[in-house]
Design a protein around this ligand. Structure first.
Ligand SMILES: Cc1ncc(COP(=O)(O)O)c(C=O)c1O
Length: 439
């Protein structure tokens, strides 16, 4: 079996210090089976994608059947059924009439940004409405435009100066902050194309939550100034926050919504940018200038259709509500630990935020290593492998046969929705056990 790193370049990884990735030979339900026979309980659903568990027979069958019929044909000038069926289903679910397919979350965000800028350009060819408002701790992907609307204090810091300048503000939470947000939009609306937000949960930027009321108010102010509102539901969509889409909990329908990750139930990569009828109608006499080669891939769309079947046939949202209850109860005891700053749960996201600074000063250095400094620019390094303390935590979880991947200052659980109570309790118990040993 070939598992070496002689030629492969890993994401967010310093090859010099990172441990070898674990060789996975099989995965089923919530279990990752390793080459040496060990079985790990997966607490993070392969970056929040595998909502139905691994190897769900309905998904496997759908992809196998589609592969034997038609794996792929180009999506321009030729048609096939799966993306058309999927677009209709997604339009019903999101309340947004038009679905533009692409191949990854970052690309879906690029598409949304381009859609919003072209939308204004069509209406006024001299427009300056080409900038975006985004929020502290935002993360929208790793491509150029997506990075420009992400918080660059951390994983994107090497690219400051390379990406276009946007407007970044804190998520408002009180009247004064909402007034400031309102004033910014009023002052700059001639330059602003849209406001972009991860609704309710900012994921890779630190697992920060805000309330449905805050989301609804940001949306209201955005619309008051006649700007477009882009909801990036790539992480939150498909039940993760307890509703099929986080926007639904706030009672809003954005102008543009990005989806990806769990869209195919974790079977393969697919993303989409959904647009309102009004946005689409603006393009009446214009072509939207974007077109990925693998757009509307038949295998991926078949997987996504099968995944939507499962949301209809199996009690996924009830499972999420149950997971939320269990995590609320089981993670609560972590609050008493000296290293813990906060515990919060939203749907099937359970977060234990660490007080690394306090821990650092008590230990007289980095809690994970006496030799390596805890570089503050890496603390918010959403998916980076650079933080030695976090790296050491990851290894401790693996030794306990659970797959959890803390980052920045958070240890979090985002399990497949089909996880059994006993397995979820193993995850929460291991978190308590490992964190209670940190001084
Ligand atoms: C909210 C959000 N948007 C966009 C992305 C980028 O998606 P991808 O990694 O598929 O490009 C992510 C990935 O973590 C995300 O969480």
């Amino acid at each position: 079996m070939k598992f070496d790193l002689n030629h492969t370049w890993l994401p967010y990884t310093q090859h010099n210090i990172a441990p070898m990735p674990l060789p996975v030979v099989d995965a089923y339900g919530c279990v990752l089976k390793l080459a040496d026979g060990r079985e790990l309980i997966d607490g993070i659903s392969s970056w929040w994608t595998v909502c139905h568990g691994y190897k769900h027979p309905h998904l496997v069958k759908a992809v196998q059947e589609q592969a034997s019929k038609l794996a792929h044909v180009m999506f321009a000038g030729l048609a096939h059924e799966q993306p058309y069926i999927l677009a209709e289903r997604l339009a019903k679910l999101t309340g947004l009439e038009r679905v533009f397919f692409s191949d990854s979350g970052s690309t879906a965000v690029e598409v949304a940004l381009k859609m919003a800028t072209q939308y204004w350009k069509i209406q006024n060819k001299n427009t300056r409405k080409q900038r975006f408002v985004h929020f502290t701790n935002s993360y929208h992907g790793d491509t150029m435009g997506a990075m420009s609307v992400s918080d660059n204090d951390g994983m994107h810091s090497p690219f400051v100066g390379f990406t276009p300048m946007q407007f970044m503000v804190d998520i408002p939470s009180d009247e004064i902050a909402f007034n400031e947000f309102d004033a910014l939009l009023a002052a700059e609306k001639n330059q602003i194309a849209a406001v972009i937000l991860e609704p309710l949960v900012q994921g890779a930027g630190g697992m920060k939550f805000h309330s449905p009321d805050v989301l609804a108010e940001i949306y209201r102010i955005t619309k008051k100034h006649d700007l477009l509102f882009i909801a990036d539901e790539i992480a939150t969509g498909f039940g993760r926050t307890g509703y099929m889409f986080a926007c639904a909990e706030a009672g809003i329908v954005p102008d543009i919504m990005c989806i990806g990750k769990a869209l195919t139930g974790g079977m393969m990569t697919l993303a989409a940018t959904c647009a309102s009828a009004e946005v689409f109608a603006t393009f009446n006499d214009h072509a939207f200038m974007h077109g990925p080669t693998y757009m509307g891939n038949a295998l991926a769309c078949a997987a996504a259709n099968a995944s939507l079947d499962l949301f209809e046939q199996e009690p996924r949202l009830e499972q999420v509500a149950k997971i939320e209850n269990i995590m609320q109860k089981e993670l609560a005891k972590c609050r008493a630990l000296p290293i813990v700053k906060d515990v919060r749960v939203k749907g099937a996201f359970g977060v234990v935020q660490l007080d690394l600074k306090a821990c650092h000063s008590r230990a007289g250095g980095n809690p994970g290593s006496q030799t390596q400094e805890l570089d503050p620019s890496l603390r918010w390094d959403g998916k980076s492998d650079d933080n030695s303390f976090i790296l050491s935590l990851r290894q401790k979880f693996i030794a306990e046969n659970v797959w959890l991947r803390p980052f920045g200052d958070v240890v979090y659980i985002a399990p497949p929705f089909v996880i059994e109570e006993k397995d979820l309790k193993v995850l929460t118990d291991k978190i308590y056990k490992i964190l209670s040993k940190q001084k």
